[in-house]
Design a protein around this ligand. Structure first.
Ligand code: FES
Ligand SMILES: [Fe+2]
Length: 453
């Protein structure tokens, strides 16, 4: 549990908060690139870390992220015209480029006075990069601006990845905690059928036909039979590796290893060698809602069209969403819970892994009250996440440094699962599974050649 003060510190991310200051030291995704599909396309509202912004793609294809408020008299630039290298306010025609510079002030008499005024006029603009099919923004002090985090999905050619996003109706921190609390898989995502055949059909329905070894009969049996995994957590330069070990067959252990990368990237633990990897980045909209940016990647091969179709329909970490990226099964309709299904077939009665996660994370409250929890040993991943975040905000305030996440190259890690003999420490399990004790990627030459930014 946390004190009320620490719960506030962890969850509040507005411009004047300590955690808000921490988030602003990192690049965060603010849009999918596809939301600004072409030069001079309609601008898009962006709300991030409590700030109301507008994004647009200019005539040259560059993306700008501006304060939505026109500096003249406060009209919303979302209603602006995106034309010839800038966004023009439709109230009196002031025009701004992607850097926030004023290009035109047609309601002022032409001449040196207007030129002077125009040269001085600026709307707040944040640095933006497009990378990995996301638009990223940096909202912190310019002199502290880091490089983009070298996450593997972004380094691969586009054909090797699939990205999506989903709206979530609760505070950012409990979404990260849900992703790092890998013990819940033994319950939340389980089927309850006794008849094997029907259990398979239920599972297929739940995961939208997506096959992976992590959903194989053996692995599901190990997950089901051992609901109290033993956790080991390692700190590394970008965050934490969190391993949960369950009893497998013949005295071996089934390890599921997640990664947490500062400030809010969570990699899923189920991937077996050679399979698709999955990750999520949680970006606060405000303190009671967030966007979850989701990515699936395969370093070995391009993703097949059939796989993409499954992700698009809501498989694994991707949700089934409407045109505004709001999940079809959401807080407003109780996630379309089917009580008959819940009684006889699935643990939750909610369809979709992503929707099951969202349902139960949202249900903890708009901002979870961590003062009333009763934590147990299998919650240690959640505890370590909180410790790292709270230590980070305090260290940032005291010494203007961060304990993790400052080296962009330290983000080049993988998460995943494997079976190992019991008694093997997590470092060694990771060295065997990934070729490195922190899960750092050691890529074959063939991949290096195809890597692009
Ligand atoms: S309010 Fe934007 S130009 Fe006047
Ligand atoms: Fe989950």
């Amino acid at each position: 549990m946390l004190t009320a003060a620490d719960n506030e510190l962890l969850t509040r991310t507005g411009a004047d908060t300590a955690m808000g200051g921490l988030f602003r030291r990192f690049w965060v995704p603010v849009l999918l690139s596809q939301e600004l599909p072409e030069p001079d396309c309609p601008p898009v509202r962006v709300k991030v870390l409590g700030e109301e912004l507008v994004a647009f793609r200019d005539t040259q294809g560059r993306v700008g992220l501006l304060d939505q408020r026109c500096p003249h008299r406060g009209a919303n630039l979302f209603f602006g015209r995106n034309e010839q290298g800038g966004l023009r306010c439709v109230f009196h025609g002031w025009k701004f480029n992607v850097d926030g510079r004023c290009l035109d002030m047609p309601n002022v008499e032409p001449g040196p006075n207007r030129d002077r005024l125009c040269a001085r006029m600026q709307v707040a603009a944040y640095p933006v990069r497009e990378w990995g099919d996301f638009v990223w923004a940096y909202m912190g002090p310019r002199e502290q601006m880091p490089e983009l985090p070298m996450m593997e999905f972004g380094l691969l050619p586009p054909a090797h990845r699939f990205v999506s996003k989903k709206f979530q109706d609760c505070n950012w921190a409990q979404v990260c905690e849900g992703a790092l609390d890998t013990a819940h898989f033994s319950f939340l995502h389980m089927t309850v059928d006794d008849a094997q055949k029907e259990a398979q059909a239920t599972r297929q329905r739940m995961v939208k036909g997506y096959e992976s070894q992590s959903m194989s009969d053996d692995r599901l049996r190990w997950l089901r039979d051992d609901g109290a995994p033993r956790y080991s957590v390692l700190s590394h330069e970008a965050g934490l590796a969190l391993g949960g070990a369950r009893k497998a067959d013949d005295g071996a252990l089934y390890w599921r290893i997640a990664q947490f990368l500062m400030p809010s990237h969570c990699y899923a633990p189920g991937t077996a060698r050679g399979e698709n990897y999955h990750g999520q980045t949680v970006v606060p909209i405000d303190d009671t809602s967030c966007w979850v940016y989701c990515y699936t990647w395969n370093p070995e091969r391009p993703l097949a069209d059939a796989e993409r179709a499954k992700f698009r329909s809501g498989a694994v970490i991707h949700a089934e969403v409407d045109r505004n990226w709001v999940p079809v099964r959401n807080r407003g309709n109780d996630y379309m819970i089917d009580r008959v299904e819940q009684k006889h077939r699935s643990f939750t009665g909610v369809t979709g892994i992503s929707e099951q996660d969202a349902c139960i994370q949202d249900s903890q409250g708009r901002i979870a009250d961590r003062t009333r929890e009763r934590l147990v040993a299998s919650d240690v991943g959640v505890v370590r996440f909180r410790q790292l975040m709270l230590q980070s905000v305090r260290q940032l305030a005291d010494a203007n440094t961060l304990p993790a996440g400052t080296d962009p190259h330290a983000y080049f890690v993988r998460s995943g699962s494997c079976v190992a003999p019991s008694g093997m420490p997590l470092e060694q399990v990771m060295a065997e599974r990934f070729g490195d004790p922190a899960g750092r990627v050691t890529r074959p030459e063939s991949e290096k050649r195809t890597a692009t930014n």
